[in-house]
Write a protein that binds this ligand. Structure first.
Ligand SMILES: [Mg+2]
Length: 415
């Protein structure tokens, strides 16, 4: 029997990429975002294979996370995704949401098997060279400015755009979508995101939609040929979402920031959405995304993951999406001048650009296809946690004494 690999080094970095221009995300009304921040995890096995993933961050809120996760993840067999998810669940009992870490293990597993991760997720293995993407805008802009931007993105090759709506009245929201439809004609895809799923009111108070407003707006979307209406209600309003879906002819989409399978399962059973959008860096890792994807396949539902975090999060979700046979469009976050590939993907060797066909390539290298530019990581990143065998032993002896440390090592060793 071949000896199994083990995680022998764990590193965590705060990454902070200043944006060239402020970005005003519609999901935090009034907030000028000046940085692209995330936590990067880098795991190394005893045979030198490296796995990477990233979790979106506001500041350096994960500063103490290493002390918690280190002893749980050190020494794990990176191919045993079942045990890894069990450990991540155990770590989460204290309140941290840690599923953003899980894709790093898939990265290692793909590298060990010499396959891109999407091939580990497919029901029937086949090559996927590229996927079609839609331009996901992120700001609420005056109609004239939005139309100018749409002219530009059409010129770039995009075949669909997602608009954000947050006006005080339905009429203003409908006017915007209708003006865009007029401008782009019938053949260009339009999606609309109301960003009601997880409202943030720290600066401005955006309008709060109820079932009536969502229903009225969905009817207007139908007339305007909208491909999907995203997050028209709070993510936990399961009953209202399924009631909306009963009457709306426009497909209803959501599920991006769900906490895991336990929530997504309820949504699927209650019939909340036509299109599920779990983000593998929020909603339970690649394992949960795969489970949702398989449910969507079996129930003839749509699947198009959320990707708006950073370049690494995009690549993680791209791999999951590439495994879905009934593809439509994947989210490509782009809102110049604030949110552009240069800032979104600054620590990647190759920022992810959209082709003139409105597609992005699916990396065919083993793993997730994340290639870190070490110079850029040194520039924008700060390592705040490092765990090796020696450090783990010293930490344990310091905290529990030699006798207990040896006893625990013996128990873990015989398992
Ligand atoms: Mg969304």
């Amino acid at each position: 029997m071949p000896t199994r690999s083990k995680i022998q080094k764990i590193e965590l970095f705060h990454v902070d990429i200043p944006l060239k221009k402020p970005f005003y995300p519609s999901w935090i009304s009034g907030y000028p975002q000046l940085h692209n921040r995330f936590t990067l995890i880098r795991l190394t096995t005893d045979d030198g294979i490296v796995g990477v993933s990233a979790g979106a961050a506001f500041e350096t809120e994960r500063e103490g996370l290493g002390e918690l996760i280190g002893p749980y993840l050190f020494g794990l067999d990176p191919t045993d995704i079942g045990v890894i998810n069990q450990r991540l669940k155990e770590i989460s009992y204290l309140g941290w949401r840690n599923s953003w870490i899980e894709p790093a293990f898939w990265d290692i597993r793909g590298k060990m098997e010499g396959k891109p991760v999407y091939k580990l997720l497919q029901q029937k293995e086949e090559d996927v060279k590229e996927v079609r993407v839609y331009c996901s805008t992120g700001e609420i802009q005056p109609a004239e400015k939005r139309l100018e931007c749409i002219d530009k993105i059409r010129g770039m090759g995009f075949k669909a755009v997602k608009l954000r709506v947050r006006s005080p009245t339905i009429k203003e929201d409908v006017d915007l979508v209708s003006r865009v439809r007029e401008r782009v004609g019938e053949d260009f895809g339009i999606m609309v995101d109301a960003n009601q799923g997880w409202r943030v009111t720290i600066i401005d108070e955006p309008p709060l939609w109820d079932l009536d407003r969502a229903t009225s707006f969905a009817r207007e979307c139908e007339k305007l040929g909208v491909l999907w209406l995203e997050e028209p209600l709070d993510m936990y309003s399961y009953d209202e979402l399924s009631a909306l879906r009963e009457v709306a002819k426009t497909p209803i989409a959501g599920g991006e920031l769900s906490a895991g399978w336990h929530e997504l399962k309820i949504m699927i059973e209650k019939g909340c959405y036509d299109i599920y959008q779990p983000d593998a860096t929020f909603a339970g890792g690649i394992s949960t995304s795969r489970r949702v994807m398989e449910e969507c396949l079996g129930r003839d539902l749509g699947f198009s993951p959320h990707t708006w975090t950073n370049g690494i999060g995009f690549l993680v979700n791209l791999q999951v999406y590439a495994a879905f046979p009934r593809k439509t469009y994947l989210e490509y976050p782009y809102e110049p001048p604030g949110w552009i590939p240069l800032s979104r993907d600054a620590i990647l060797k190759n920022p992810i650009e959209v082709s003139s066909r409105g597609t992005v390539p699916v990396p065919d290298t083993p793993g997730l296809g994340i290639e870190i530019d070490e110079r850029a990581l040194r520039k924008y990143g700060k390592r705040f946690y490092l765990l090796t065998q020696l450090r783990l032993a010293l930490q344990s002896i310091r905290r529990m004494g030699l006798k207990t440390t040896l006893e625990i090592a013996r128990k873990k060793g015989v398992r």
